[in-house]
Design a protein around this ligand. Structure first.
Ligand code: PEP
Ligand code: MN
Length: 358
């Protein structure tokens, strides 16, 4: 349990939520000063972000301006008073950030994926555990243990100003999102690490300007503590992630109209509905247990009669009929398919265990 951590960034100006904003990459002195000044003028930004070293998926993309950007960030901070944040991916990056005026560092999704890199960063931070607030993005792949592991490595280095950023997860194949949010994963992170400040990144999740607002709204509905949004003074000309960046004016308009929801007390009607859900869930569990008992019995019969555990034809028919029936109740096809697949997987696992034991 990380009971003694505190948020890496605090909301200012009496706001309930923390707002981090800035360009994907630092590109020039002018771009940094102009963007930081415009963001500061909104009165809504708590921390200015900019990537100095960019982990690009393919070679040949813009890999960041490098160390010279640190000087531009120092100037932006002096001009606006905004604290600054950069991404680090190695011990050398942490040391350079420490020698400059950077306040907060973040571990990007590709870095969190790699325990060697995270440990190298943690070892460097252990020499200066109070120097930075640290934000840990989720790994690119949907692996919650890898995410929690990275947070623990940074915590074990002595860092206490520690927060998590959810930026969606890579998937193969077409999707409306660049990195689908898979909300159940950050919700599970929150359950396992209840004290941690959880910030949402709609820019890298959506990958498109028009998805920033709906995603940010969903995150507020789900109780996230704040947002990190890519904002550029001239998004069309951005050297990286041009499609997802918004102008400081657009950011202000978005934040003006995005109303954070309160945790709130349930109404009497809600309490009544919840108690009905509690009853239904008990019945569901009872039915699942009965189903398991039946599939165990079938497993025994298969064993006695020399029949293989997996019967693809039966599985296919089961899926088809149940999905059609579920759809007649207005239940989403993808949802029910994945629920049935999970149930079936568990039956197969139990039957295989039985066959192995005999
Ligand atoms: C970024 O924040 O600029 C970035 C590279 O994000 P991610 O690590 O989430 O891909
Ligand atoms: Mn980016």
């Amino acid at each position: 349990m990380l009971t003694d951590i505190i948020p890496a960034v605090l909301p200012m100006h009496g706001k309930a939520k923390v707002i981090i904003a800035g360009p994907c990459s630092a590109e020039s002195r002018e771009q940094i000063i102009e963007t930081a000044s415009a963001l500061n003028a909104t009165g809504k930004v708590d921390l200015f972000r900019a990537g100095i070293w960019k982990p690009r998926t393919r070679p040949g993309g813009f890999e960041g301006c490098g160390s010279k950007g640190l000087e531009w960030l120092r100037e932006a901070k002096a001009a606006t008073g905004l604290k600054t944040a950069i991404e680090v991916a190695s011990a050398a990056h942490v040391k350079e950030a420490a020698d400059s005026d950077i306040d907060v560092i973040w571990l990007g999704a590709r870095t969190t994926t790699n325990p060697f890199a995270v440990q190298e960063i943690a070892d460097t931070l252990s020499e200066m555990p109070d120097r930075f607030g640290v934000l840990v993005k989720n790994p690119a792949n949907p692996d919650i243990d890898l995410w929690i592991g990275a947070i623990h490595r940074i915590y074990n280095a002595g860092v206490r100003r520690l927060s998590a950023i959810h930026r969606g997860f890579s998937v193969y194949g077409p999707s409306p999102y660049r990195n689908p949010p898979q909300w159940h994963i950050p919700i599970e992170l929150h359950r396992r690490l209840p004290g941690i400040q959880l910030i949402f990144d709609p820019s890298h999740t959506g990958g498109k300007r028009e998805l920033v607002r709906p995603l940010a709204r969903e995150a507020y509905e789900l109780g996230f503590d704040g947002l990190i949004i890519e904002s550029h003074c001239n998004p069309q000309c951005a050297l990286s992630d041009a499609a997802q960046q918004i102008t400081p004016a657009e950011l202000k308009e978005l934040l003006d109209t995005l109303i954070p929801k309160q945790a709130g007390e349930p109404t009497t009607r809600m309490a009544e509905l919840r108690s009905r859900i509690d009853c239904l869930d008990s019945r569901l569990l009872e039915i699942i247990a009965q189903r398991m008992a039946l599939t165990d019995e079938i497993g025994q019969l298969k064993l006695d009669n020399g029949i293989a555990v997996l019967q693809p034809q039966r599985y296919e028919t089961l899926m088809e009929t149940r999905v059609a029936e579920a759809e007649s109740y207005g239940i989403d096809r993808r949802f029910i398919s994945s629920l049935l697949a999970t149930l079936h997987e568990e039956s197969v696992r139990r039957q295989l265990a039985l066959h192995k034991a005999n």
